[in-house]
Design a binder for this molecule. Structure first.
Ligand SMILES: NC(=O)c1ccc[n+]([C@@H]2O[C@H](COP(=O)([O-])OP(=O)(O)OC[C@H]3O[C@@H](n4cnc5c(N)ncnc54)[C@H](OP(=O)(O)O)[C@@H]3O)[C@@H](O)[C@H]2O)c1
Length: 373
């Protein structure tokens, strides 16, 4: 019956994806007919963001491209201290230069930008990233777990032998968030002594999930997809993993004296179907090998990708909104564009989230943090 379950999951992802694609095409038509009308949609974050990220230390994984880059640019215009976490030194440094050149919005101070290397496929670089961040003696205000890969046609393996999408999209980010939160909580306790953490500065962790979480499995018994590999379903598993991590993190924040009362918040965001390398490459890979070169040429050179996707900045706008909205509005939620997204019921399955958390601990060899029991 495994094939039936997989078929149902694929139908779900494709059905929900098709609805969103149709919405995007409709939006594109509206934009063509009324170019000024679309601005309302694109500048959602400006309604409340003001300078609320001013001087905040914000780590953006995959901050060098796509939604991550657009998010970093928006943070830079609003005076944040951005740490671009990506695997290529050259891309990281180029991005930092670009962010430094961005002009601050009126009433915002000049931003700061740094680069720290991070390859989520390699746990050693994740540990090193945390050590590098620790050496900077900075607080953690905002962690945006954004980097990702989508549906490589053939099963790929990460440095630790796990399937690549599970490792990069889910487990690598889980480990990064876990270690950075541990660091931040230890730092905060030191600074505040016995005082309650609620007097301290808030910390928010944001995960880029996706509508494809609807196709995620009800169990994580084969995280390496060694029995069967379907590119899109495996991606869906990893995005469900992001969502379950947010839910479990928020439960842990809420029951812990130092992180409750929304001093610490976790939130999941579906940024929309966006005009980025990830989505465009996925679409092109759907064409049969023989047609793929011609289809890719047409999609890229005739501007066809722009019809079924929204600009990456629109996704970044949704991310910034989630990063800055009042904590009580967003804590533990799955958000679409500035509002609760259409979330699969299994996202609220506490048993599944807890068992995934235990599996993460087992796979990474970390003990559940004494700070976040
Ligand atoms: N685009 C969409 O329609 C869409 C929809 C829903 C959710 N999302 C989610 O949004 C997030 C961003 O996607 P995007 O569309 O902006 O994709 P993108 O333009 O392809 O950017 C992906 C980023 O992830 C980085 N990355 C890939 N593998 C990495 C690794 N092993 N270690 C560190 N960084 C790595 C890439 O770095 P390099 O430049 O070095 O490759 C790049 O910076 C993803 O989590 C994706 O699942 C996207």
């Amino acid at each position: 019956m495994g094939w039936l379950e997989s078929a149902v999951r694929l139908v779900l992802i494709n059905a929900i994806g098709s609805v969103e694609t149709a919405q995007n095409i409709f939006t594109k038509f509206c934009t063509v007919l009324n170019p000024n009308g679309s601005r309302k949609h694109q500048l959602l974050c400006d309604s409340h963001i003001g300078s609320s990220v001013q001087d905040k230390v914000c780590i953006v994984t995959g901050g060098n491209a796509g939604v991550g880059l657009e998010t970093s640019k928006m943070l830079a215009a609003r005076g944040a201290h951005i740490i671009v976490a990506c695997r290529s030194v050259q891309k990281g440094m180029t991005t930092v230069k670009m962010l430094e050149d961005i002009q601050a919005l009126p009433s915002c101070k000049k931003s700061k930008a740094d680069f720290l290397p991070l390859d989520l496929a390699d746990p050693a670089t994740i540990h090193q990233f945390v050590q590098n961040f620790k050496a900077q003696k900075l607080p953690l205000d905002l962690l945006i777990c954004n980097a990702g890969i989508m549906a490589p046609p053939a099963r790929c393996i990460a440095k630790n032998g796990l399937e690549l999408q599970f490792q990069v999209n889910h487990l690598g980010h889980w480990l990064l968030a876990h270690e950075l939160l541990d660091l931040q909580l230890a730092r905060q306790k030191k600074v505040e002594g016995q005082e309650r953490a609620s007097s301290g500065r808030p910390t928010r962790v944001l995960f880029l999930s996706s509508l494809t979480h609807w196709g995620g499995r009800q169990s994580f018994s084969d995280v390496s997809a060694s029995k069967s590999y379907d590119p899109l379903l495996t991606y869906g598993d990893s995005k469900l993993g992001n969502l379950l991590t947010v839910k479990e993190l928020q439960r842990r924040f809420d029951r812990n004296e130092h992180t409750s009362q929304h001093v610490y918040t976790a939130v999941a965001v579906h940024p929309g179907l966006l005009h980025t390398e990830l989505a465009c490459t996925w679409m092109e890979n759907n064409f049969p090998a023989l047609l793929r070169p011609a289809a890719t040429h047409a999609l890229r050179n005739w501007g066809l990708h722009a019809w079924w996707t929204l600009p990456a900045a629109t996704g970044a706008d949704a991310v910034i909104w989630a990063a800055t909205a009042p904590a009580e509005k967003i804590a533990g939620k799955y958000l679409g564009h500035g509002k609760p997204g259409w979330q699969a019921p299994k996202g609220d399955n506490e048993k599944l989230a807890q068992s995934l958390w235990d599996l993460n601990c087992h796979l990474t060899g970390v003990q559940t943090s004494s700070h976040l029991p």
